[in-house]
Ligand binder design. Structure first.
Ligand code: PMT
Length: 428
């Protein structure tokens, strides 16, 4: 039986009817590009704007791009035509709200239907994607986080905002994700849903779909740590490392593709988790990562600890920026961080599997085996900075997997995604 390859996000967006909700954020200017990118993939786009969004981008631009009048008010002022949010809710194959301000997220979470966008959202029968955009403190505020949590619980897909320069001139997390990445995430989520339906309706898998139909981790819950940790010295400086998060994110995607529910605790990285089964929790420091890891681990079947966690943090945080003292050296006293792997090793039950990583520069196997035992791990994945193409930042890695029972297997240099496949196949 022939079935076309379903990995292409273009395939998933072609012919899809999309309601694009735009709200009053400076990131609204990116909505024009987003609109165009969706149309280029073959989607039909209907824009719904909040009144505040019109302060940032004009309806004329968007109606010209979509070749449809923009919907914004309940009635057309001059002839009293009523715009039916119910019809839009039935028409759409998906709704994407990008950018979504804190106000709109709050209204969505609490059913405050005071504009056309919210009434459309409340009437929506199709999957809803939300791409928040706001200042870092607004995003971090417990009420915003609580509202986002509510939206997740209602089944909406939250496209995590990126970290970078914000309109407020501050640096931090809150930038709307780039339009191309949003399109990729939406396409990938639709592809996953489509493949799940195909697998559900038809157990005869075509070769092209084998990777997607390997659901050996269905119903499993897996905790991942990824990326570096930053240990703050003062408001502008930190101790960190070169981890990009690529290895950990590849593992998270692989586990999710195989059906697992993944909790991904990520240090500060510039990556986006694509698969809808990945619940991402962003942290900055080792202590924050530790608290999240011990909170989630008891509910998990396995944990893979790929993060490059700082072993030490400054003993004293300087509330003001440390000043340069000409001719004088500066000593920063460090105190140990909690060892997350060792803590989970202590908590581990005999139903749970715990996998650590070892990044070594010398006596690789001896050090890795020592960590395996001391942290009470079931497996340790050894990568060495002496192997070209292995370790931090790059798209490749070369690993050996050492089991607690003494067996081991060494793999050649591969892409991090392939390495993730090998690890998951071998240990889970
Ligand atoms: O992120 P990339 O750029 O893709 O790079 C990938 C990687 C090189 C970071 C990854 O492959 C890797 O090796 N991760 C572990 C790096 C590391 O910190 O290794 P370690 O030998 O210092 O730590 C051993 C284990 O204990 C690790 O599982 C680590 O997550 C864990 N640990 C370490 C210290 C600490 N305080 N708590 C921990 O849980």
């Amino acid at each position: 039986m022939h079935r076309s390859r379903l990995t292409g996000k273009e395939v998933m967006l072609k012919g899809k009817k999309i309601v694009l909700g735009i709200t009053g954020s400076i990131a609204a200017y990116k909505a024009a590009y987003l609109c165009r990118a969706l149309i280029k993939k073959g989607a039909e786009v209907q824009v719904v704007m909040t009144p505040a969004a019109k302060e940032f981008i004009t309806p004329v631009t968007l109606s010209a791009l979509t070749q449809k009048p923009v919907v914004s008010e309940f009635f057309t002022a001059n002839d009293g035509t009523w715009h039916s949010h119910v019809d839009l809710g039935l028409w759409a194959d998906l709704m994407l709200i990008a950018p979504a301000t804190a106000a709109t997220i709050g209204k969505m979470a609490n059913g405050i239907a005071d504009n056309m966008l919210i009434t459309t959202y409340l009437s929506m029968k199709a999957p809803v994607f939300v791409a928040p955009a706001m200042d870092l403190d607004m995003l971090a505020h417990p009420s915003t986080q609580h509202n986002l949590e509510k939206l997740r619980a209602y089944g909406n897909h939250i496209i995590e905002p990126a970290t970078g320069h914000l309109a407020s001139n501050l640096e931090g997390k809150g930038r709307m994700e780039e339009p191309d990445t949003i399109v990729t995430i939406v396409g990938a989520t639709l592809a996953v849903a489509h493949n799940d339906n195909v697998a559900h309706n038809d157990h005869v898998a075509h070769d092209d779909n084998v990777a997607h139909n390997d659901k050996t981790l269905a119903k499993k819950k897996i905790l991942l740590t990824a990326g570096p940790t930053y240990e703050k010295i003062d408001p502008v400086r930190f101790i960190g490392n070169f981890s990009s998060g690529k290895m950990g994110f590849a593992l998270a995607e692989t586990c999710a593709e195989r059906g697992a529910e993944v909790v991904l605790i990520a240090g500060p990285v510039h990556l986006q988790a694509i698969h809808p089964n990945i619940r991402r929790i962003d942290v900055t420091s080792a202590e924050e990562m530790y608290h999240e890891a011990v909170k989630y681990f008891p509910k998990m079947d396995a944990a893979i600890l790929c993060a490059a966690v700082a072993d030490y943090q400054p003993a004293h945080y300087a509330a003001g920026k440390l000043k340069r003292q000409p001719g004088k050296s500066l000593t920063v006293e460090l105190k140990p961080n909690p060892d997350i792997a060792a803590a989970l090793g202590q908590m581990k039950t005999n139903k749970q599997t715990l996998i650590g990583f070892a990044l070594e520069t010398d006596k690789e196997w001896t050090n890795a085996r020592e960590k395996l035992t001391r942290k009470n791990l079931d497996f340790i994945v050894l990568n060495s900075l002496n192997d070209e193409g292995a370790g931090f930042q790059g798209d490749t890695n070369k690993v050996s997997i050492i089991a607690a029972n003494g067996t081991s297997e060494t793999f050649p240099l591969k892409s991090k995604k392939e390495v993730a496949e090998d690890i998951v196949t071998r240990v889970l």
